[in-house]
Design a protein around this ligand. Structure first.
Ligand SMILES: *Cc1c(COP(=O)(O)O)cnc(C)c1O
Ligand SMILES: [Zn+2]
Length: 402
């Protein structure tokens, strides 16, 4: 098992397997020597465990084996909307419906192996479901810290795996730091959004994309970003493949935020190295509830990834996000949650700006399924009506016009 972790910014190296942040304040990630790696060394396993030689643990048991291996679909129907050659990496096709499973598939077994106690997380969304599902499949106690005002729909989604759910009153955002402290003081590993083992799991999404394109490389990748964990994983994957000599020109990374909580876009536009946390009165409501972090713990690293790959960060308002969600369905056949629809809305914006060209191969990553979302959106669905006896004639006249 790999236990060497390193800070991307200052280069400091650590041997403790459970360390999350460097003394300089930035997050650390696990390092793997990939210099001798080639695609033909992949394992003959399903999903992300194909890349076992580049992961910090051996393939575990349970639901973790179902993570990764999501489809990469050339989606011509979305080209006109996005203004480029669109490929969709459908991360909604995971056991709990979001890319978070790649991270939990590594982090939960890794925590069990290194600390022996319970596992936990701070989330009331996809992260909570994913962590609870992975803990359940390995028969491990799981504690989920949710905000006091959580909706009953979310409680039901998380509660099906029967973790211990604790409603916490107070500043929910501050629980990130509390979680790191509690994990050192109590027999629990609270796996935050950018726990190093999660980042290792996330990098497999980049491996899958690049292996599918090899020996070519996509021109750009567009993904929604909140805490910066997934973006960090994609960048970690790029660096692993560069070290292996498998990637000469990395894809440009474009990160998309919701306009009501976009500290990364602000920092990018201002040329800042680190995001400035947003105050409560600077943050608004959004339908893209999976991406509203006003104080992203891996924000500096996400910005470094963007600059390293010559990408950008953009923000979109709910109106654009809602339109993109519908376009994903109508023009692509994909059911994505609003946060994930920002990948398409972001590509549209970037091609309007000339940052993405019409002949470029661009991978959009809808990070999570829309199937958990119904009942929360617009219920107006157009229908027609007829009787069973009148149906043949009714249908015939409808089809005659088409
Ligand atoms: C968690 C999540 C994100 C944001 O990922 P970060 O690692 O926090 O940047 C985006 N989309 C969906 C569907 C998510 O669940
Ligand atoms: Zn450091």
């Amino acid at each position: 098992m790999t236990t060497v972790s390193r800070c991307y910014r200052c280069g400091e190296q650590y041997e403790e397997a459970t360390r999350v942040r460097c003394t300089c304040g930035e997050p650390v990630w696990f390092e793997t020597d990939t210099t001798a790696f080639a695609w033909d060394e992949c394992r003959d396993y399903d999903g992300m465990w194909r890349y076992e030689p580049l992961l910090p643990i051996d393939r575990p048991k349970g639901i973790a084996r179902a993570a990764g291996g999501t489809p990469l679909v050339r989606s011509e129907g979305l080209d006109a909307v996005a203004g480029c050659q669109v490929y969709v990496k459908d991360e909604g096709e995971h056991p709990t419906g979001a890319y978070k499973d790649r991270g939990s598939a590594v982090a939960v077994p890794h925590a069990i192996a290194t600390s022996g106690g319970a596992v936990g997380t701070v989330s009331y969304g996809n992260m909570a479901m994913s962590t609870a599902a992975h803990a359940a499949s390995l028969d491990r106690e799981c504690v989920v810290l949710v905000p006091d005002e959580i909706s009953s729909v979310r409680l039901e989604l998380i509660g099906q795996y029967e973790p211990t759910i604790i409603r916490v009153d107070g500043d929910y955002g501050a629980l990130y730091d509390d979680a790191l402290t509690l994990s050192t003081e109590l027999p629990i590993a609270i796996l935050v959004s950018d726990a190093p083992a999660r980042i290792s799991g996330y990098k497999t999404a980049l491996f899958e994309i690049c292996e599918a394109f090899a020996p070519d490389v996509p021109d750009a990748i567009v993904l929604p970003t909140s805490s910066g964990g997934f973006a960090s994983g994609i960048w970690r994957g790029i660096r692993d493949l560069e070290a292996a000599g498998l990637l000469d020109e990395p894809p440009r990374l474009y990160l998309v935020q919701t306009a009501v909580s976009d500290p990364l876009t602000r920092a990018f536009d201002a040329g800042e190295v680190d995001p400035t946390p947003l105050e409560d009165d600077e943050v608004g409501e959004t339908i893209a509830h999976s991406i509203g972090n006003p104080d992203p713990p891996s924000g500096g690293r996400a910005l470094a990834a963007v600059r390293d790959t010559d990408g950008a960060v953009v923000s979109l308002r709910d109106e654009k996000i809602r339109v993109a969600q519908r376009q994903f369905a109508v023009d692509g056949g994909f059911c994505v949650e609003p946060a994930s629809a920002t990948s398409l809305a972001g590509a549209t914006r970037l091609s309007e700006r000339g940052a993405i060209g019409a002949d470029e191969d661009v991978v959009l990553i809808p990070t999570g399924t829309g199937f958990k979302e119904f009942g929360t959106g617009d219920p107006s669905v157009a229908t027609k009506q007829t009787s069973r006896t009148a149906l043949p004639e009714h249908l015939a006249s409808l089809l005659a016009g088409s």
